[in-house]
Design a protein around this ligand. Structure first.
Ligand SMILES: [Zn+2]
Ligand SMILES: [Zn+2]
Ligand SMILES: [Zn+2]
Ligand SMILES: [Zn+2]
Length: 491
């Protein structure tokens, strides 16, 4: 496509997205990812460059890994990609017979700093060394669309179409503000964000002011639409899909919400930390919703800090009625922050309040970046923090149990492998050297067996072997995804 043709296309894509529900940038960003994954499955599975990127990233992030499985539905492609990824991880781990393995692990494991300790060397081997390629495609798609959006925004027709749309979600508003090049763009953005927040605050709190479009707006708008405009569409905010900051920090494990309960029966196909953390994590989301309702101003502050994934989990787990006033309060809070920041910022930059002055590029850009910086949420997503504490606690309990004599290499511990995110998290726990060597040995054994199953699965897709009986290997692409990316919705 020529440059002019692609600009033309971008323009009409945006106009088209304005006519549909939700944030137009989220919509187009998700479309980019869907296309990227489709093309990957049908054309690029055997492309060496693509495979190299996927190996370095240790496969897709959790969200995109399951999107690839469930939406592209090409299990053979998933099998081929993940055979390669699991293989790369196994190669990165110390291998060999047991004594040699123990020696190798010992050589990278410096004996125990206090937990939660620092990287033991093992973390460097298993942590992805590159971002998820689908997240990168999303980032690029969003940047390109926002660029086109800002370029056309001063045009009257385009602007009218935008003003009639559901508007940019808050995260994409912040991104757009950070990218503005001319002052009129900044003014238009701020004005439309202010109107959107006002509408949201009124709609979610149940007030019914206004006529015309507003009435229809309240009628059709469900809570999930409020979630889209406050936190972005599910999976459309790439940063939120990367390992949360809470997982990169020192986190102390909280008590298990149920105390000493019976553990879920050990399924050797499921990461034991994923299995154990699932219920407590769901309970934590419910408790969090109760805390929000009881929390007043502090509750609004906490809700405001949620990442995209947890905002969606909360909205899907908790009855709508209770959440609407809370989302309204967040919109109100963001609106007052905007009102408090914008006039002083503009005044300070140009002595006579000059919104009407013609924009000069460097100043508009500086203003935009400063405004985006000041509006950014200050703090970590509170549900990421709670989840990190739960996972660390469950992981510690599991590893302590598997270190008990007779269990570590016995029936309970032999087959179960931790998923890659939890193996990575385990590097922050203090384990005996022998315990850590045993853990790595279990992982290498389990994943090597998984690679063999993936090979069998791929082989049986060939028409010459189609008539062979099908066995456990048929689920290996799913299991490989769960082993590399963790349980669905984990991150
Ligand atoms: Zn958006
Ligand atoms: Zn991703
Ligand atoms: Zn896991
Ligand atoms: Zn979160």
């Amino acid at each position: 496509m020529t440059r002019a043709a692609s600009r033309h296309r971008l323009y009409y894509d945006l106009l088209d997205a304005f006519r549909q529900e939700g944030c137009p940038i989220c919509r187009l960003g998700k479309l980019t990812v869907a296309r990227y994954l489709d093309i990957l499955a049908y054309e690029n599975v055997n492309d060496p460059g693509v495979r190299e990127k996927l190996r370095a990233a240790r496969g897709f992030c959790n969200y995109h890994a399951y999107q690839f499985l469930e939406e592209v539905r090409d299990l053979l492609a998933a099998g081929i990609i993940y055979r390669d990824v699991v293989n790369a991880v196994v190669l990165a781990l110390p291998a060999g017979d047991s004594p040699a393995l123990t020696r190798q692990v010992l050589s990278i494991v410096r004996p125990g700093p206090e937990e939660p300790g620092e990287d033991h060397g093992l973390a460097g081997l298993v942590t992805p060394g590159a971002p998820c390629p689908a997240c990168q495609a999303l980032d690029q798609g969003v940047t390109d669309r926002l660029h086109g959006f800002l370029e056309h925004l001063p045009e009257a027709d385009f602007r009218a179409a935008y003003q009639d749309s559901d508007g940019l979600c808050h995260p994409h508003f912040l991104e757009a503000v950070a990218q503005v090049r001319e002052q009129p763009q900044l003014e238009l953005l701020v004005r439309s964000e202010d109107a959107l927040l006002a509408r949201e605050a009124a709609s979610a709190s149940g007030a019914r002011p206004g006529v015309g479009r507003d009435v229809a707006y309240y009628g059709r708008r469900s809570l999930l639409k409020v979630v889209i405009s406050s936190f972005g569409d599910r999976g459309a905010i790439a940063r939120a899909n990367r390992p949360g900051r809470a997982f990169g920090r020192t986190t102390h494990a909280g008590p298990s919400p149920q105390g000493e309960r019976a553990q879920p029966s050990a399924d050797p196909d499921i990461c034991p930390a994923c299995a154990r953390a699932q219920l407590p994590t769901a309970l934590a989301t419910e408790t969090f919703a109760q805390d929000l309702s009881a929390g007043g101003e502090r509750g609004t502050e906490l809700l405001d800090l949620l990442c995209n994934r947890h905002a969606w989990q909360l909205a899907q787990a908790v009855p709508t009625g209770g959440l609407r006033p809370l989302f309204a309060a967040v919109a109100e809070r963001r609106r007052s922050r905007l009102a408090a920041l914008v006039p002083p910022l503009l005044a300070q930059e140009n002595g006579h309040g000059g919104l009407e002055l013609p924009g000069r590029l460097p100043r508009a850009r500086r203003l935009g970046m400063e405004l985006a910086r000041q509006l950014e949420p200050r703090g970590t997503c509170p549900l990421c923090e709670r989840q990190a504490a739960i996972e660390l606690g469950e992981l510690r309990r599991y590893l302590a149990e598997s270190e008990k004599p007779g269990l570590g290499d016995g029936a309970a511990g032999e087959m179960a492998t931790l998923c890659l995110p939890h193996l990575s998290l385990s590097c922050r726990l203090r384990l005996s050297s022998a315990g850590r060597a045993a853990l790595v040995r279990r992982q290498v054994l389990g994943w090597s067996a998984l690679i063999e199953e993936l090979k069998e699965y791929i082989r049986k897709q060939d028409y010459r072997f189609r008539d062979e009986p099908r066995g456990h290997e048929q689920t290996s692409p799913y299991r490989a995804v769960a082993q590399m990316a963790g349980r669905k919705d984990l991150r």
